[in-house]
Design a protein. Structure first.
Length: 314
């Protein structure tokens, strides 16, 4: 699960941090929670695609509304679970430049890039391309550690590159089967998701996950307000449309994050990362079932190679 529609995150402060010893029962329950969170997040991509295609909603409108609504829920939970950290973060002027930078780069850009990539392609392809964030994290790790990738990581990089080529070209190297803009936004999403996995960590360590995500989400949504003006572009949503919007905020964003957060605490971060591959799988399956998306054997091979990369690069 990705913090802010994207990161592998830390434990919820309400539970007092992670424990070094995990019982088989903890691992089982945690694994089930992670799988449920990943499934919700994958379905969320397809729900967003339906909102954009069936109701002609712009990606920016969904991003702005979803950020503000989910952010307020995060802050409400922070106010209940850790009120002192919330008030401390609001008063700490030194943290605000970091909050602002992360809100723009790690939330706004992640949301807009992911939704735009879904709009231009489909939820399955966009979610698989998002998994390439691990390559950017690996690059950061290698540069910071002044080392090259080991054999396992190098194999993962090779699989990922072949996977991207297969998805982009459909196996015909002379042409692109994806819209160039869709591929570009997918890669931007992967890059910004990688930043989300790295840059907010100090804020999370200091203020906790609920406070950090709540502030970043709300600040990001407020930043978009004067440009998007969602009140001037109210989409013609019927009961189904409002139900989908409720799902993308409550279940697809906040609920999926919460399930993954608690699950990763119980099952362990490494196991959670591996089980998190449920997200692109569910995005692909739901795209086929609900949006009539069609994937060729070459596409599915590319998807599989990128998912294998997730297990190799860690």
């Amino acid at each position: 699960m990705r913090m802010a529609d994207g990161t592998r995150s830390t434990e919820p402060e309400a539970h007092g941090g992670a424990t070094l010893e995990r019982t088989p029962r903890d691992i089982l329950i945690g694994s089930l929670l992670v799988l449920a969170g990943g499934a919700m997040w994958g379905v969320n991509g397809t729900v967003s695609k339906i909102l954009m295609s069936d109701y002609a909603i712009a990606p920016e409108w969904i991003a702005c509304v979803r950020q503000l609504a989910a952010g307020l829920i995060f802050l409400a939970c922070a106010a209940i679970a850790t009120p002192r950290k919330l008030s401390g973060a609001v008063r700490d002027v030194r943290s605000w430049p970091s909050f602002l930078a992360n809100a723009v780069v790690c939330v706004l850009l992640v949301q807009v890039a992911y939704l735009t990539s879904i709009d231009l392609t489909n939820s399955g392809t966009a979610t698989v391309l998002q998994s390439l964030n691990l390559l950017f994290v690996l690059l950061y790790t290698c540069v910071r550690g002044r080392r090259g990738p080991n054999a396992r990581e190098g194999l993962g990089v090779a699989f990922a590159l072949v996977g991207v080529v297969l998805i982009a070209t459909g196996g015909n190297l002379g042409t692109l089967s994806l819209p160039p803009a869709g591929l570009a936004w997918g890669l931007v999403n992967a890059l910004s998701t990688a930043a989300l996995a790295i840059t907010p960590l100090k804020l999370i360590a200091k203020w906790g996950a609920f406070v950090t995500n709540g502030v970043m989400f709300v600040v990001s949504g407020l930043f978009m307000l004067p440009f998007v003006r969602p009140w001037n572009q109210l989409p013609p949503l019927d009961a189904r449309g409002w139900g989908l919007m409720a799902f993308t905020v409550l279940a697809g964003t906040f609920g999926a994050f919460w399930l993954f957060l608690v699950g990763s605490m119980k099952a362990g971060p490494m196991r959670a990362t591996m089980l998190g591959t449920m997200e692109p799988v569910m995005a692909t399956v739901s795209a086929v079932l609900w949006t009539s998306a069609v994937f060729t054997p070459v596409d599915l091979t590319g998807f599989a190679l990128i998912i294998i990369m997730v297990f190799l690069v860690r």
